[in-house]
Design a protein around this ligand. Sequence first.
Ligand code: GLA
Length: 382
Amino acid sequence: MQQKLTSAFNDRFRQQPALIVRAPGRVNLIGEHTDYNDGFVFPMAIDRAAWIALRPRSDAKVIATSLDFGETKEFDLASLKAAFDAPKQDGWLEYLKGVAWALQDAGFQLKGWEGVVAGDVPIGAGLSSSAALEVVTARAFAAVSNLEWKPGPMALLGQRAENKWVGVNCGIMDQLISAAGVEGCALLIDCRSLETTPAPLPKGTVVVVLDTATRRGLVDSAYNERRAQCEAAARHFGVKALRDVSSAQLAARAPELDQTTLKRARHVVSENERTLAAAEAMKRGDAPAVGRLMNESHESLRYDFEVTNDGLNVMVECAQSARGCYGARMTGAGFGGCAVALVAEDHADAFVQQVSAAYAKAAKLAAHAYVCHAAAGARIVS
Ligand code: GLA
């Protein structure tokens, strides 16, 4: 990627880039749909990322060429505030604009730049290509504008761009892991305090991402509906968020809730408990226990939270029954995209082949499976 960016930059500007920055996508091992309930998540940054090669400009313009979309677009930093209420029709550029808007709105003075943007996080696969683009943009602005890079606050501004500018009501997980990822580790994140605790994978295991080749459809409305249901459940319990409800409390008052609200709350409450248990198991290096918790997470997402689709269910079944698999589940928002499996390292290649073949047969779709290594969060590459 670095080479691809450098040579594209050279072609365009007849010069080496002044800076190259990179921010990774992520895969979430466990803790799904818990972030916006102030709960716990356990993602790792992956070795696929969004990249920008750039040079500063002396004016307030940002001019960017997307290698993935094959187009050059620009905006003026001075006109973002006024454009806040206008429709957002500039595709990938809106992520750059949104981040610039959020940084300015937080009081930062930004400088313009020009350059090339590219990424190898598959779009719409549930591996956070948008968060990677937001965070790499923040990293770029921080570098050219001489802002101190603080992963937590920058992740919050990336999330603000997504919530307020792009209009997707996501939680903090994706931006935070992209900003704060630690090489070789997954991060247990407390989404209330934003405290992150790195944890290496159990010895002799690898994480395999399994792309179902199905893509989420109307995910935003279904996502927002789940959020609203969780918030309604929290209100019923008189707490700030479902993070504050235990399994015992939920069971005791279950009859007060309608069936759907109960199912949604049961997922979130149990998923928080599973995520903390997985962090403990990870500390002990107990791969079978982490795997079991991942399997239980999928069941809960399938039957209680109802955010899986056939592709995800079939893929997870194929993975769980393959040799060397400790556990598997859907990852990300759901409704399509990717599953994730924890696999014995010495079985990884055979696992990838076996699951791809089984999925092709069962789902009549070509899976894309790959072993992922835990990468570092956003950084200046050169
Ligand atoms: C999407 C959102 C995250 C999180 C997950 C579900 O990836 O962007 O904030 O809510 O879905 O866990």
